[in-house]
Design a protein around this ligand. Sequence first.
Ligand SMILES: [Fe+2]
Ligand SMILES: [Fe+2]
Length: 439
Amino acid sequence: MADFPTVLVTPQARARWMRLDTAQLLKRFFFCERSLLLAYADWIPRTGPLDIKNGLANFLWQNAETAHSLRNRVFELRFPSRLLEEEGADRVLVELFAAAKKSPSVLAFILCVGRVLLPALRDSYEAYLRGSDGIADGPTHRFLRLALQEKNEQMSTFEHWAEAELRRAPALRSDALAWTDAMAGRLAEIGGVGVVPAPAQAVAAPLPGAKEWTTPRQPARDERFWPCRFYWPDVVDPSYPYGEGMQLQVRSAISHLNEVWAIEAGSVILSAFANVLPWEWIHDAARWTYDESRHCRMGYERLMAWGLQPAEIPLGTYIYESASGEDPIYLLGMLFFFETKNIRHKAARAQVFHTYGDTLSEHDMDFDWADETIHAGYGKHWLKELLAVRGEDPAAYDRIREQCGKLVSDYVDTATPEEVADIKKIAGAILARADVTRR
Ligand SMILES: [Fe+2]
Ligand SMILES: [Fe+2]
């Protein structure tokens, strides 16, 4: 027997996890982030309060960025690419994260994410950062530290939302708490997210109280605003002027606020095509949805800065509802239709606001223009990809755009004389109020 050479063997914490061990854990985190962001997307059109809707759009983008970094890192670690497409032993865990979309109410969703799923991810990221090697795995440490910070921020925001929803709908409290306990119990049963190899798991039964939701035909809306379908008179009456001066400033802010429909459209299509299109779709759609929430906030903040109250501000639903009963490709087409139709006005409007000395409207419109340029690219690219996946001619993307124009004009034709009169009254009142503010 040959002599074994003398070697140095001492316990070394840095070597706790080998390359493929870390890849396995990062893959698990990727799938948890993916499931979580899809659940956020599903709740956006079903959630009324604007701060929650906008917050979810922001957070789903954060999660998509983390998932994207995780995915790239797993590839860098030379994990077999085919296996990255499969949850493997983590399937039951990933399905539990996905169950957040089946929460029985908004409150139940907020509680189970904020008190169970986010803390589990946060704890695992902390454990990963403690247990992995900051030299060999430095690239992971950089983005996971940011993800950890974001998860802590998400948790405190979810807690804040939970308090508000508990006040708004106290009758839902016991069901929501029971759902959250069931989620926590199941997570403990399967060993949590953790940083140890996943045990082999049998397929788990659905959680008690789980609800199958479909995409809402009408989006949930913040009750503080003036509810309507058509949010400004020019939508239903082409002779009503878009206006100039103060009227143009108010009209632009109302448009920005009413991009709430685009947040909803973005989140619906993100989810609808998540298993049809490649990962890059989710990544782009998350950014798209988040950008639209920023445009919506821009409008809201400007209107508030001018001293207007939500109750006097119209928040409409017509664009979403023009396409929500159709194949979701039309919600994708609707974004593309409005973005390509309106983009040429944005830079010009920013210039006009500049001449008014209205730096905030100019600033918002100019940033919006830059985002919309990205979005027009998303629309064309993904419409073509989706048609190709469906075995249709990718060049027909323009046909979808045209059909969207028709869907929306048909829907506008359903406006009743009462709706037209009401929105004219509301618009007139806002302009009169804004005029008082100006003086
Ligand atoms: Fe937008
Ligand atoms: Fe956009």
